[in-house]
Ligand binder design. Sequence first.
Ligand code: G4P
Length: 539
Amino acid sequence: MAAPDKAIDHPSPLAQEVGRRRTFAIISHPDAGKTTLTEKLLLFGGAIQLAGTVKARRSSRHATSDWMEVEKQRGISVTSSVMQFEYAGNTINLLDTPGHEDFSEDTYRVLTAVDAAVMVIDAAKGVEAQTLKLLEVCRLRNTPIITFVNKMDREVRAPLALLEEIEAALKIECAPISWPIGMGKTFRGVYQLLQDRLLRFTAGGEKRTDVELIEGLDNPKLDALFPDEVASLRADVALIRDASVPFDPVQFLAGRQSPVFFGSGINNFGVREVLQALVDWAPPPQPRDGSLRLVQPTEEAFSGFVFKIQANMDPKHRDRIAFFRICSGRYTPGMKARHLRSGREMKLGNALTFMANERVSSEGAVAGDIIGIYNHGQLQIGDTLSAGEALAYKGIPYFAPELFRSARPKDPMKSKQLQKGLQELGEEGAIQVFSARQGAQMLLGAVGRLQFEIVAHRLSAEYNVDALYEPVDIFTARWLVFPDEATRKKFEKDELFSLARDVDDNPVFLSANKYNLKLTIERWPTVGFHATREHGQRL
Ligand code: G4P
């Protein structure tokens, strides 16, 4: 590992490339404006030429119980799951997060692969449920967050009240970087507190090269342009300067403070500033916990982990794409890497790089980048690949499901196919699959109801199995850790009817209700009952 001060003095070619990477996701409640912001960011990056390109993806947020819609979505989501583009000499990797809350597990996994996040808040609605959940996930890893308060061109809440709400609900300090002047029909622009100037609002603006900046609060131009509002504009800016905390990069990088920008995504207003903040302030790829040790991104040896699997994109070919975050070193086409779970060597022949609208063969990628690796099921979510060292990247949890169904094939002759299909969909992370210890029942566990519908559809379309899905009397699941063999055996005997195994053969306790769970935990004080487990990990 290179000593940090040496790396600063003489950055290696790899360190230079890694230093240019910014890998982030946008988090928001559906409808707050994530898609719109994504699109404008891509326009700035020259990755797309026309607004509307990303819009096609938006149907995901309307995904109700209509799996057709979701299927359609899936078809195009591979190209849009990761979008790489260049901006101001930096390579930006923007990772998409599914909008629908039923796919929150997917979102959690994506968030493990980023170094920063942009949080979009609808200024009329403030902090919403999904934002709150996602921010909690970011907090698990102290991910730095940039806040974009969107839709200032509408009648919205008072900005100061919004900041107070963000601070109280999300427990993160807000440092306004810009301050809105008016709103809705009288939205005049934002005052950029650090540069001491007004960025004047005009509607529209695809690429917005026509920005008008008015320097200084005392500028007579302000009096001429906004005779009715200039007094309150000055008072507001003075007040916010006084009342707010200054931006502190150290607090930001620690995930304790969020710089806040106001704007209007649809009008491409205030967006460039967010992109610039990502480049200027968001961290380059960070060191990661490889279990054995902390791995620096600038180490020459290649390593990383799978955070998402997309399977059966083409029904004729049973191949999968594993989305892989490089944590250290460099990918070169045709290189070999060790797959730590199986102990085998893998040739990474033809990995993909994801551009905004297409996937292309990667000519090379470095720490911070996401590559897509074709495989036939060897790679699972949470798997680590390395140059040989026995690393195991952490932090991709399975969450205890709260919705359960049993599954059995309509045609009893097809139980093998059902098992195979469920095993594969379970490995892909589409649903969690448990097999009961007593009896041969297959149980499906989900975080959102929509997951069941997709699995039913995919089993039928991709595995040719129609199954019956029935509600079961299960409240939640806990992964079990036993202190010794004797306790395990006794537990398995006494609690047999509540025991199951997950796809990786880990023991799981299925509880019928909250009360039963509480009692069982009390009865077995030395047994660990875990509400999450790491992907790929054998307990
Ligand atoms: P999402 O991905 O977070 O779900 O949100 P999305 O960007 O799709 O935006 C949700 C709605 O909010 C869209 O309207 C979009 O046009 C609108 N919107 C986004 N940014 C702004 C903004 O700055 N100001 C205003 N006034 N509206 C904004 P829609 O009616 O659902 O769709 P559309 O018919 O406009 O496409």
